[in-house]
Structures are given as structure tokens and as C-alpha cells.
Design a protein around this ligand. Structure first.
Ligand SMILES: *[C@@H]1O[C@H](CO)[C@@H](O)[C@H](O)[C@H]1NC(C)=O
Length: 725
């Protein structure tokens, strides 16, 4: 099945389920309160499942389809960086290149791990990692600071950011002050003699890496997502928290982790120990791997934070858990509002408790073993149900009682008659892909979250990487930042397109929600940006440069199902003046977007070598119209003169020229085919007449009459928002 077809199925399914859920009056659910009310209405009927369950099921289906999609797309299965060796053999060869002086390397590695152990609050008996922890290196690397000036009149303000300050970065550029987690970190070096064994998860292993007060962080990863694990580990190393283990879903992943000194256990090795071991033939479904892992961890007796590979740690969570010593289970959630405000770092309240839990980040004390056992057994008995939904229903089976003034709830009756104390982590600080990148809760509160999970995102693994790059969380290899050569441009972003209804604009660029624009106005705004992007991609292609994206601005939010402007129940404000690129560009379809583009925050990322930032050269272009006499020759002359400019970063400060001036004949046709496939889709509003898909595809050629779009539809008249396919 083609990915497009899968997307269409997802959209159709979404519309179908939402339509079902809202029948018969077919108004869409607008808020969590509506959801809860609808839920109540529906629970009185014996035949219709509650709306919340239907939506959970929908999310589950989308999740399954996403996995299917990922499994079918070869490009999303290849490792990200072209430089990342594909096979461990090549890795080994490279290692011997790097460590010609083997003895020196061993000494360095040993010294480094000793330093790590000695300087961390809890001394780990075993050498955990052959990488020195980075002290707070960021401050030293930054230049002078100043309060960010207000946006000039009639210009679109920058989005909220964790700090109100600007910093001058090496190379001279003034940038929003980068967060500490964006500091350049030492590479995870290949260790001189990696272990050749295949350790499995045992009580001894868990206890060896747990903190003295018995806490441990565990994630798990397959070979194709190793770069996710390396990013997590680099953050943990720089946070000086050595109490983690990374489970390897396949042997290649295990070897890749061992080669970089990451403490690992093999999950599919077939070597199991009776009580705690992994690798039995029981793992029929990926979902069950995790459930079994959480059970195995609970049985080791450690209090374990289990996180999905696409969730990242930006602040050491242990002090937070220590303050909640009486909590037995803490979970992140898909709740889209904060019950007590973004500044409040306590647990969520009643609303958070009734939203879907998200088990991509769960802290479970060993005491909760009876619950974990029952959850695991239920998952195996009902393999078609979503583990996450079962997690919540098993926890809640004996209700959820408040206790005193605490935000913890008494749930799940233990054999001794007591209850587990359960809490929902605050959604601003233990964030989803929506609360962090779209609502920007932590940024609004001028703080750094403990955790960001790349959920609510639309571009598969590449979309996740891209969002993490935009927010400077992702850890790329040095060659990503060093380039070959780059192109950037000053985007034209007319104030009237961003705020077509007028009205007050807040300092973070958002407006009263009631001022939100229409679907047509949203497309007028995005199309204006897509045309510039297209022309810039054409120029970059001709110059052999990588395009640094401008920030994108979206008028409306995106979701998997019809909505009126933001996701139902969301606290997001519009417009999105730092719109995640995966809302608009199909980065997954690009295969390896790293070959073509860089994220909008690229030049302000402290990981960038100063020489790149210092190598920005501004150029203005003479206007050349498509219909001008000799346009093709003028275009060729323009390319020749720009190609002679050796600047590391070529910065175009005038309007761009149209791609048809730069490209002709077969080259133009080929470019049109490629660029039209890079447009994503906007989802969605209810289709007229209630039939067919409700989404609208973005079109990089929207201003060209006639043209053919991504789906081979011919446009003979000016483009207008059109639903489907
Ligand atoms: C907005 O951000 C850009 C770069 O991301 C920066 O150059 C500019 O100074 C910022 N503007 C304000 C008003 O802070």
C-alpha cells in the first residue's frame, strides 16, 4: 500500500470515528468538558462505547498505521546521518582507525569514566560511560546578553521562548538565548574494546546502575533508531545522571550501543534468566515488549522510569521524584491543558486525571509490582487492546480516591488492602509534542521542561527529528552542523496575512482565539510562504547548497480529525508563529531531508561551529520576471555569479527570483515533480455534505496556472483550498 493511501485511510478513519462519536447532531466536540459530557451521555447507552474510548481507539489505529507506514518506507528505516555506519563491521574498522594508539584511548576512557563516577552525586561501582560529562560549557561559549527588543511595528513577533534574553553567539549573530541543553556536547566516542557479551536484564544489572536511592532510567531502541538513544544518552551525560540502561530490541542495536559505551541489555537474545530475563519467545507484538519490559523492571526491585525512544530528558527527573517520595506511579499524559498553570510544577489535578495517560514516560516504584503484573497479564489476554488504555483501566478498576490535599490519587487495591498513590505529571514540564511545540507551555513559563515526548506530530521519525532540531534538543553529528554550504533568505511575511482580522497582537505573536483566521486565510498565508520556499529550494539546488528554512507561520493548528482551529481541548493560541515544519512540509516523503534543508533555528544553535555563523554573506538579487526578455539567460547569469560566491552561508536579502527563471526544460519538470511531492496536508475540517476526506493538500506550485499536483490532479484555474484525495 502506498503511504498516500495509508494517510488517506487514517484521515478517513478519523473522520468516520469522529462523525460516529458526534452523531446525531454532528457538531464537533470542542473542549475536554464537551468530551467528558459526551462521555457521560454515551455511558448511559449500553451499545455505544464512550467517546473517550472511541478516540483512544482512533489514536491506537493511527499509531498502528504509523508503525505500518514506518515499516514500509525504506528511507525512514535507514539511519539518519549519512555518516552513521550501517553495519557494526564498518564501525569496528572505523574504531581501529580512531584508536591507533589503543593504550592511550583506554587510559583516556578510564580516566573519563572515573571522573564521571567521582563527580556525580551517587558513585556507581561499575564504569558507566566512557565519556566525560560536560560541565556547564554553554555560558562560556556565549557572548554578551541583552533583553530581546520588542518586535518592530508591523513585523510578526517571535514565538515565546524559554528566556526573554538575546545572546550574541560566536560569529557575531544576535539570537534568542539558547537553553543549556543546547550546549555542544562531547561526541560519544567509540570505546577501545567494547564488550562482546550479550547481557540480559537481571536484578543485578538493574541494581548496579540504579542510584543509591534505587532509581533507574530505562529506554529501549532498535538499530534504526539508535540516533534517538544516542541523543538521550548525550543529554543524560551532560546532566551527570549515570543511572540509566538502554534496552536493545535487536542485536545490531546492542552492538551499536556497546561500541559507544552505553550500558545496555539485549531484549531479544534468547538468553533469559528465569526471573528477570528478556528474550523469551513471548514477544509476538511490539506493544507487548514494553509491557513485559516494565514488568521485568518492576521485578528487579528498582524504582524505574521507563521512557519511549522518542521521549527526551532535558532536566534530571530524580530530584522531582524524590520530592514525591510517597508516589508509587507517576505518568505523563495526553492532557492538553494545564490544571494549575504553566508555572506550577506540581502534579495535574482532576482534569489531568481524567484525560488519557501516556505511558511513553512512566515512573513506577517496585512496590507497584502487583499492578504491573495484572496490567501485563491483561495486555497479553487482550492483545488487540492498546496497552496504554489498559494501563489506565487496570489502575482505575477500584476507582480513584483523593487523599487529603495531595494531588496523588489512591488507585489499584494492593493485596494488603492499601492503594497505590498515582499522579499525573504536569503537562508543561513533562510535555507532549503538542504542549511543548505548539502550545509552548514551558516557553511561556520561561522554563525548561524535564521531558519532551514527540507525540502529536505528522512526519514519522523524520518529523520527530525535525521538531527536535527546531527546538535544539536533537544531537546531530558534527558534519550536520559543519555543512558543506548553506543558503538562507529573508522571508517576506506580510503582517496583514498573519493577522487578517486585525486586533491586538500579544508579545509572543498570538491573538485572542476568537480572532482566528478562516481556512482560506490560513492557506493564503501558507501559500505565500510555500512559493518563496519553492523558489529558494530551486536556487539552493542550482548552487549545491542546503537551504536553511525560515520560520513558518500557520494560521490554524493541525490534527488527525476535523477541528475548528486548534485540537479539541487544547490550550494552544493562534497563529502559530513558529509552526513546526511537519505541519506543512512532508519531511518524511523527502526521505533524507538532511540532504536538502536545515531547521529554522539552525544558525542560532550553539552546536554550530563559529566559522559557519561567521561565514554569512548577504546578497541582494536584481529582479528578473518570468516574462522578461532573455529571462533564461539572465537566470543563468545569476546562477553563475552566485556560484562564484564561496560564502559558507549565502544570505539572500532581496525577494527571490522565480524557479522558472532558474530552471528550464527537463530540469524544471523534474524539479516540479519533486517539489510538489514535498507538500504535506492540512487536516482538517468536515467535508461538505459529510462525505469524503476532509483534508487539504499543500501545493508548492499553488501560484502556477496550469500545473499538476502531487496527486496528478491538473489545475487549470487558480488554486483554491480543495478537499482530498
Ligand atoms: C527573533 O528571532 C531571530 C532569530 O531566531 C532573531 O534574529 C531576532 O533578533 C529575534 N527578534 C526579536 C525581536 O527578538
Amino acid at each position: 500500500m502506498r503511504p498516500i493511501a495509508l494517510c488517506a485511510i487514517v484521515a478517513l478513519l478519523a473522520i468516520f470515528i469522529i462523525t460516529l462519536a458526534t452523531a446525531p447532531n454532528s457538531t464537533y466536540l470542542n473542549t475536554r468538558q464537551d468530551l467528558a459530557a459526551a462521555n457521560l451521555r454515551h455511558t448511559t447507552s449500553a451499545t455505544t462505547p464512550p467517546v473517550a474510548t472511541q478516540i483512544d481507539n482512533l489514536r491506537h489505529r493511527i499509531d498502528q498505521l504509523e508503525r505500518l507506514l514506518a515499516a514500509r518506507q525504506p528511507e525512514s528505516l535507514t539511519p539518519l546521518q549519512p555518516a552513521l555506519p550501517r553495519a557494526s563491521n564498518r564501525n569496528r574498522r572505523r574504531r581501529s582507525d580512531l584508536f591507533d594508539d589503543g593504550a592511550a584511548a583506554v587510559v583516556a576512557a578510564t580516566a573519563a569514566s572515573t571522573a564521571t563516577a567521582a563527580s556525580s552525586p551517587a558513585v556507581v561501582s561499575a564504569p558507566t560511560h566512557a565519556v566525560p560529562r560536560s560541565a556547564s560549557t554553554l555560558a562560556a561559549a556565549l557572548g554578551p546578553e541583552r533583553l530581546a527588543p520588542p518586535a518592530p511595528p508591523s513585523s510578526v513577533p517571535n514565538a515565546s521562548w524559554w528566556s526573554p534574553m538575546q545572546t550574541q553567539l560566536p560569529g557575531g549573530l544576535w539570537c534568542p538565548k539558547p537553553p543549556e541543553y543546547a550546549a555542544a556536547k562531547p561526541e560519544l566516542r567509540l570505546v577501545a574494546s567494547p564488550p562482546t557479551d550479550k547481557p540480559v536484564l537481571t536484578e543485578a544489572l538493574a541494581r548496579k546502575f540504579a542510584s543509591p536511592d534505587n532509581m533507574l532510567i530505562v529506554t529501549y531502541v532498535n538499530y534504526h533508531r539508535l540516533d534517538f538513544a544516542f541523543t538521550l544518552v548525550k543529554h543524560l551525560v551532560s546532566l551527570s545522571n549515570p543511572h540509566y540502561l538502554v534496552g536493545a530490541l535487536d542485536d545490531e542495536a546492542g552492538r551499536g550501543l556497546q561500541e559507544k559505551g552505553v550500558p545496555t541489555f539485549f531484549m531479544n537474545s534468547g538468553l533469559t534468566t528465569q526471573d528477570y530475563g528478556w528474550g523469551t519467545k513471548n514477544f509476538r507484538q511490539l506493544g507487548l515488549h514494553k509491557v513485559d519490559l516494565v514488568l521485568a523492571l518492576a521485578k528487579t526491585g528498582v524504582d524505574c522510569l521507563t521512557i519511549d525512544a522518542d521521549a527526551f530528558i532535558l532536566r534530571d527527573p530524580f530530584p522531582y521524584f524524590r520530592k514525591l517520595a510517597e508516589a508509587d506511579v507517576l505518568t505523563s499524559s495526553d492532557h492538553l491543558r494545564s490544571d494549575y498553570g504553566y508555572e506550577d510544577d506540581g502534579l495535574e489535578g482532576n482534569q489531568g486525571m481524567s484525560s488519557a495517560f501516556n505511558i511513553g514516560y512512566i515512573f513506577i516504584r517496585a512496590k507497584a509490582l502487583p499492578f504491573v503484573q495484572q496490567w501485563r497479564d491483561t495486555c497479553h489476554r487482550r492483545p488487540n487492546d492498546w496497552d496504554q488504555v489498559l494501563f489506565m483501566s487496570v489502575l482505575k478498576q477500584s476507582g480513584a480516591r483523593t487523599n487529603g490535599g495531595s494531588r496523588l490519587r489512591d488507585m489499584f487495591k494492593l493485596p494488603d488492602g492499601g492503594h497505590l498513590k498515582v499522579g499525573v505529571l504536569p503537562v508543561s514540564l513533562f510535555a507532549s509534542g503538542h504542549t511543548h511545540f505548539v502550545t509552548r507551555m514551558a516557553h511561556q513559563a520561561h522554563t525548561i521542561p524535564y521531558m519532551v515526548h514527540t507525540t502529536f506530530q505528522y512526519g514519522g521519525a523524520q518529523g520527530k527529528r525535525h521538531r527536535l532540531r527546531e527546538s535544539m534538543i536533537w544531537e546531530d553529528l558534527p558534519e550536520y552542523y559543519a555543512g558543506p554550504k548553506f543558503l538562507r533568505y529573508d522571508a517576506d511575511l506580510p503582517y496583514d496575512l498573519v493577522y487578517p482580522k486585525g486586533g491586538e497582537v500579544r508579545p509572543d505573536g498570538t491573538q485572542e482565539l476568537s480572532n482566528h483566521m478562516s481556512v482560506e486565510q490560513h492557506f493564503t498565508l501558507v501559500n505565500h510562504q510555500l512559493v518563496q520556499l519553492r523558489n529558494a529550494f530551486a536556487l539552493a539546488r542550482e548552487l549545491g547548497r542546503i537551504l536553511i528554512l525560515p520560520r513558518l507561520v500557520c494560521g490554524l493548528d493541525r490534527w488527525w480529525a476535523p477541528h475548528k482551529n486548534v485540537i479539541p481541548g487544547s490550550a494552544a493560541q493562534l497563529p502559530l508563529v513558529d509552526c513546526p515544519a511537519d505541519h506543512v512540509i512532508d519531511v518524511e516523503r523527502m526521505g533524507k531531508p538532511e540532504l536538502f534543508l536545515r531547521e529554522s533555528s539552525f544558525l542560532c544553535n550553539p552546536r554550530l561551529p563559529a566559522a559557519v555563523r561567521g561565514g554569512i554573506v548577504s546578497v541582494g538579487l536584481d529582479p528578473i520576471g518570468v516574462a522578461d526578455a532573455g529571462a533564461a539567460e539572465l537566470g543563468a547569469g545569476l546562477i553563475a555569479s552566485l556560484a562564484a560566491n564561496g560564502a559558507k552561508v549565502l544570505s539572500i536579502t532581496s525577494p527571490l527570483v522565480d524557479y522558472r527563471v532558474l530552471l528550464n526544460g527537463a530540469k524544471r519538470k523534474e524539479f516540479e515533480r519533486t517539489i510538489s511531492s514535498w507538500g504535506g496536508l492540512w487536516c482538517c475540517k468536515s467535508p461538505p455534505g459529510g462525505r469524503g476526506p476532509g483534508h487539504i493538500w499543500y501545493d508548492f506550485l499553488n501560484d502556477i496556472v496550469p500545473h499538476v499536483d502531487r496527486h496528478n490532479r491538473k489545475w487549470d484555474a487558480p488554486w483554491s483550498p480543495t478537499m482530498g484525495p
